[in-house]
Design a protein around this ligand. Structure first.
Ligand SMILES: CCCCCCCCCCC/C=C/C(=O)SCCNC(=O)CCNC(=O)[C@H](O)C(C)(C)COP(=O)(O)OP(=O)(O)OC[C@H]1O[C@@H](n2cnc3c(N)ncnc32)[C@H](O)[C@@H]1OP(=O)(O)O
Length: 210
């Protein structure tokens, strides 16, 4: 799936709605077993996603805000695999929801949950997704300082799984996907994934988010 919503793939209500509809269609497609999501913006260096669209969170009606927040949560529940450039805040969440993250090795790109730098708070399910990926201590430091990591730093703490030269990102993503798809049977993979997320799913249920 190629994201192309200039200038920076910010996650607006329209963009997220279209994303969720596309994902639902793919989920229903029995022939689809994996998804690589990437940005095809023409800017250089490339942005994966600038995160939630800031304009959606300012001066809008309560109904609009409710609708927006609901679709943000839907997006978070659905993702699979990604490759990317810059991914602040909601853009980082988008990639954290994936099973494997490949980042272009360009020090001009950054990734992280930088909410505190913006004077806002990363919701608890952003935080939990980060803890599940990089552990509690790394998350504590990252979130309190609102850190945006360069590729090498992101790899070091496990925020991304692999760095590759910029022109090879999609090739490597396709090779990685091929490897993951050698695991036989959807059921065992889905069950394993659900088991890994069991505690988190329960927490979300307690907070009435699913
Ligand atoms: C409705 C419910 C309300 C609940 C409220 C509770 C709050 C809960 C908080 C939830 C957690 C928040 C998650 C988020 O994702 S907040 C968004 C965080 N995003 C960022 O901090 C990214 C900011 N952008 C950048 O760092 C850079 O733009 C970027 C590195 C992505 C690209 O840099 P580049 O130099 O290539 O491009 P520009 O900076 O010149 O930007 C180009 C234009 O894009 C506009 N832009 C950028 N980011 C956003 C964005 N997130 N939303 C909307 N628009 C964005 C930017 O303004 C430029 O526009 P103009 O050309 O018109 O100036």
């Amino acid at each position: 799936m190629h994201m192309q919503s200039p200038p920076v793939n910010s996650l607006s209500l329209d963009f997220l709605t279209e994303l969720c509809i596309s994902l639902e269609k793919l989920e229903m497609d029995k022939g689809c077993r994996g998804l690589i999501i990437t940005s095809v913006l023409s800017n250089q260096p490339k942005v994966f996603s600038a995160g939630l669209d800031i304009l959606e969170m300012y001066g809008k009606s309560p109904e609009h805000c409710g609708e927006f927040w609901k679709v943000v949560q839907e997006m978070w529940l659905k993702f699979y695999g990604s490759n990317m450039g810059s991914s602040p805040a909601g853009g980082c969440l988008l990639s954290l929801t994936c099973d494997y993250r490949i980042m272009a090795d360009n020090p001009r790109y950054t990734i992280g949950l930088n909410e505190t730098q913006l004077g806002i708070v990363a919701p608890f399910w952003f935080k939990e997704t980060m803890v599940n990926t990089v552990g509690h201590r790394n998350t504590e430091v990252a979130l309190q300082l609102g850190l945006l990591y360069k590729p090498a730093e992101a790899l070091k703490i496990g925020l991304v799984d692999q760095l590759v030269p910029e022109d090879q990102v999609f090739t490597v993503a396709s090779q990685t996907m091929t490897k993951w798809l050698t695991i036989p049977g959807n059921v065992s993979v889905i069950t394993t994934k659900s088991t890994l997320n069991l505690l988190f799913s329960f927490q979300l249920w307690c907070f009435n988010l699913v």
